[in-house]
Write a protein that binds this ligand. Structure first.
Ligand SMILES: Cc1cc2nc3c(=O)[nH]c(=O)nc-3n(C[C@H](O)[C@H](O)[C@H](O)COP(=O)(O)OP(=O)(O)OC[C@H]3O[C@@H](n4cnc5c(N)ncnc54)[C@H](O)[C@@H]3O)c2cc1C
Length: 461
């Protein structure tokens, strides 16, 4: 079908004013927060599940690729239209449909920003726990598809632990319900399968989320180190002591410098690393727990441990952590965010190796990461206008993934595989493993129209 006819048909479904196709629009929706680029045929903005279903049915019939898109903040090329096609954008489907405090559930549309729900919940004394650093703009559809994490996921679990059900449009346009408000749903766990499937198996049009009462008390500590490895060792020591804080986040020297130049969070510029620790729960016993943690930090060479005295001091520390990626963007024109996970005890060793990769490829690397989960985020700084640097960045990124895999870890903690890390899937999965995943894809999407060219590499088992 030619493009004009396609746009005409899609306009009949969502309305002419909700289809974009100018050259500028195609350019703007051809990239995301990864290093990749593509070009869609058009972008549609449906306003209801029914419209999503009709768009997908039409594309299925005409064998046109469909790429679901939230805010495009994913870091793995998950929304790149590698084979052209129709981008289905959810900015019009962005409502909170229900806040059910009695059952501790919220029902939302996929285009809702994560923080918008959280801000609404505050007034009831409730919280939705997963907190990607991008939460101001990331959508629930994107969180669902990437199985997003965040600092508080150490204690509370990642998105999959908080999505209890969904309304989903399948690649042929049929609408199904998976999971529900109640726990322990019978039948196959399709919710579990769909969370983290990166828009390749189904499109979420409604999400049922777990919400919970806000913890009674919170305490935030900042441990300051003269060595990144000591900070890493402290993380393992705290957990080994039987303590699971709400967060354990590390920022290294280069990140501290960038943060202090922009956010002014109060991190000491001469430190090699800081460890941001938050504990939450009952007021009773919190001070004692904080003392225990401070003691462990000191035993592991922390030169100082500070405690946020006021809510504004606490918010300042978190502004530093949450603004870290943005701050690093000031250092060089581009950066590649690597996302790998290693067993916590391997953190010091792997961090040392990461810095060796930095030297080998002559590229600065900043580290800011969910240390408690062993989830590393080396940020490789470069300038994409320098072709040789660009080549070295890809090699360095892949080598860091190999380091993580070889250390008994894996190649994504939360950012997904997308177009970026398909080859690296073979670092952690055999061709047989990948063939089994491909069978799942084929069961859902035999025509391969939904977000094609993502996640699974071509292999012969
Ligand atoms: C500065 C910065 C900080 C970040 N910090 C974190 C962090 O702390 N933790 C973390 O996990 N991630 C983080 N990310 C990555 C990113 O924000 C998350 O992956 C987020 O969930 C993506 O949401 P989005 O709305 O931008 O989705 P998009 O990027 O638009 O899409 C992501 C994926 O979801 C699919 N998708 C979108 N909507 C739907 C839907 N309705 N149904 C099915 N599939 C859909 C897309 O096809 C794509 O595969 C960060 C990114 C940036 C730029």
């Amino acid at each position: 079908m030619n493009r004009e006819k396609m746009i005409e048909e899609l306009s009949k479904i969502v309305g002419k004013e909700n289809v974009l196709y100018s050259d500028t629009d195609l350019l703007l929706y051809g990239y995301d927060a990864s290093l990749f680029k593509g070009k869609p045929d058009c972008i549609v903005f449906p306003g209801s599940t029914e419209e999503v279903s009709k768009v997908v049915k039409f594309c299925h019939q005409e064998k046109i690729p469909v790429i679901p898109r939230g805010s495009g903040t994913n870091l793995s090329g998950g929304t790149i239209p590698t084979k052209g096609g129709v981008i289905v954008h959810f900015s019009r489907m962005n409502k909170i449909l229900e806040i059910d405090l009695e059952n501790q559930r919220a029902v939302v549309e996929p285009g809702l920003f994560t923080l918008t729900l959280k801000n609404q919940l505050v007034r009831y004394g409730y919280v939705y726990q997963p907190d990607p650093a991008s939460e101001k703009v990331s959508t629930f559809g994107g969180n669902f598809a990437e199985n997003s994490g965040g600092p508080h996921c150490l204690k509370y679990g990642v998105t999959t632990n908080h999505v209890l059900g969904a309304e989903v449009v399948l690649p042929d346009g049929e609408v199904i319900q998976v999971g529900g408000k109640a726990l322990d749903q019978p039948g196959y766990d399709l919710t579990g399968l769909l969370v983290g499937s990166e828009g390749t198996l189904g499109i979420a049009t409604k999400l049922i989320l777990r919400i919970m009462p806000k913890p009674e008390a919170v305490k935030t500590l900042l441990a300051i180190f003269n060595s990144l490895e000591d900070a890493g060792r402290t993380v393992s020591a705290i957990i080994a002591d039987g303590i699971v804080p709400a967060t354990l986040e590390i920022l290294d020297k280069l990140t501290i410098k960038a943060v202090e130049e922009s956010v002014h969070a109060g991190f000491p510029l001469d430190a090699e690393a800081v460890l941001l620790i938050e504990i939450d729960g009952l007021k009773d016993g919190m001070e004692r727990l904080a003392e225990r943690i401070m003691d462990i930090c000191r035993k592991n060479q922390a030169r100082e441990v500070r405690s946020a005295k006021t809510e504004s001091e606490r918010m300042q520390l978190w502004a530093g952590r949450k603004g870290a990626f943005g701050a690093i963007a000031r250092l060089r024109p581009n950066y590649l965010v690597c996302d790998g996970t290693v067993p916590r005890t391997k953190l010091p060793e792997v961090l040392t190796r990461v810095m060796e990769v930095s030297k080998k490829y002559n590229l600065p690397i900043a580290n800011v990461f969910h240390a408690g989960d062993g989830n590393l985020h080396p940020l490789i700084l470069f300038d994409e206008r320098d072709e040789d640097e660009l080549k070295r960045v890809h090699l360095a990124g892949s080598e860091i993934m190999k380091l993580c895999a070889d250390a008994g870890g894996t190649i994504s903690g939360e950012h997904g595989i997308g177009t970026e890390k398909m080859r690296e899937m073979l670092f952690v999965f055999s061709p047989q493993d990948i063939a089994a995943m491909k069978k799942v894809k084929m069961a859902f999407d035999p025509e391969e129209i939904l977000n094609p060219g993502k996640v699974l590499p071509e292999v012969s088992a």
